[in-house]
Structures are given as structure tokens and as C-alpha cells.
Write a protein that binds this ligand. Sequence first.
Ligand code: ATP
Length: 237
Amino acid sequence: MSKLLEFNQVSYWYKQENKQLSILNNIHIEFEKGKFYTIIGPSGSGKTTFLSLASALDIPKEGEILYEGKSIKKIGLSKFRNKYISIVFQSYNLLPYMTALQNVMTAMEITGSTPVNKKLFAFEKLESVGISEKQARQKVLTLSGGQQQRVAIARALCSQADLIVADEPTGNLDENTADDIIRIFQQLAHKENKCVIVVTHSNKIAGVSDIIIELSRGGLSIVPNKQNLQKNLLNRS
Ligand SMILES: Nc1ncnc2c1ncn2[C@@H]1O[C@H](COP(=O)(O)OP(=O)(O)OP(=O)(O)O)[C@@H](O)[C@H]1O
């Protein structure tokens, strides 16, 4: 399988007073389409920083990030954000006084998504994440947290980007709603061949992902996924 996104010998640090706080230390990792990745690690280990680099909200201090083999700096950071990546924030970042449908359609304008029937396309994306036509016509303000997160995912899907990143997308949700949201991410990877990268504190979410990446002390390691290991062993026997 070909790599979609690659961190090539990337280092990142923050300046705090006169000191340098090293967050990522010369890391290398590749992400492919069709896979669901989770990023785990203790608080302060750099998960959000990693995601801001992956989504071109910030740039590495050293090394480079490549998309389909091309430096995202060369692609252009804002072009990369608008066309090649969809970001789902924990805080949803929706426009509260607009309807769910208007939120999705506004994002389509911004990302230049041009299906023949924009409204129908937006309804389809909302329906695919479990938002009914009636809910789509409601102001976002009147929807529950779980419904708002679904709208945020639908909005991310309208750009048709292959790469979807999410920072703690289930942080504010109850367990059942969180399970639904995670199922949506799994389907996006496995049925729609997207590359999905999710930062999480939840072992449960990490347990259902294809690849778990742990950040710790500036380094990165792939954690063996016990559930997947068991699945593989069962398939072999
Ligand atoms: N703009 C900034 N300036 C200086 N230091 C920062 C800045 N942003 C983050 N940091 C520090 O960098 C470290 C990594 O932060 P980051 O938010 O990436 O960690 P995280 O793993 O996502 O944490 P959490 O799980 O608590 O959300 C932390 O020690 C944080 O205090």
C-alpha cells in the first residue's frame, strides 16, 4: 500500500522562557489510506502538537511532512488544509446559529467542494452519520453534543479529502454515542478507504483502531494492539 502522509525526521519544540521544551525528537512515521490510527500518550506528551503538524496548522522545526511524497510546504499550507485534509475538533467548531445543513454547506463553499447538487450532497453526508433531514434543518444550538459531533464529522466529509484527523472526538460524549462515532471513523477507513488519525485518551478507542501510536518523551512507538493480535491469531488457526 502506498503512503499518504509521512513525517520525515521531524523535530518540534516550544520555547518556554529561555528554555527549549522538546516535544518531538527526530520522528519518522508513515500513514496509509484504508487504516484507522490512534495516537495515545500521557498528558503533555505532544499529541495535539503532532496533530497540528499533521494538519499544517504549524510546521516542524526540523524535518518535513510529505503528502503523497510531496512536501506540504510545497503544496502550500492553506491549500493542503482546504483540499487534502479534514479536521474534526473536540469543540466541534460549528456555527451555532446556523442549521446543521448550513454549516455543512458553508464548509463546502470554503473547501471548493462542487458536487452537482450541493444541498442533496450535504443531506447525504449528514444522513451517513445519523443526522435526519429534520435535525439537519435545526439550528446547531438546539442539537445535543453527540448530534453536534456528527454534524462536525459530516462537515469534515464534505471536502472529500482522503485524510481525516480528529482530536479527542468523543471527549464530551456518553459511551453509546462515543461508540457510534468510533464506528463512523472505522467505516470511513475500511469502507471508504480514508486515512483516519484520531488522538485519544481512551484505551477502548485505541483497542479498536488498526494501529496504535504512542508518544512519549519525544519519541514514538507502535503499540501492539491486543485485540487485533487476537483476531490475527484466530484467523490463522
Ligand atoms: N504554544 C505553546 N507554547 C509553549 N508550550 C506549549 C504550547 N503548546 C503546548 N505546549 C506544551 O507542550 C507540551 C505538549 O502539549 P500538547 O498539547 O501537544 O500535549 P498533549 O499530549 O496533547 O496533552 P493533553 O493530553 O493534555 O491534551 C505540553 O507540556 C504543553 O504545556
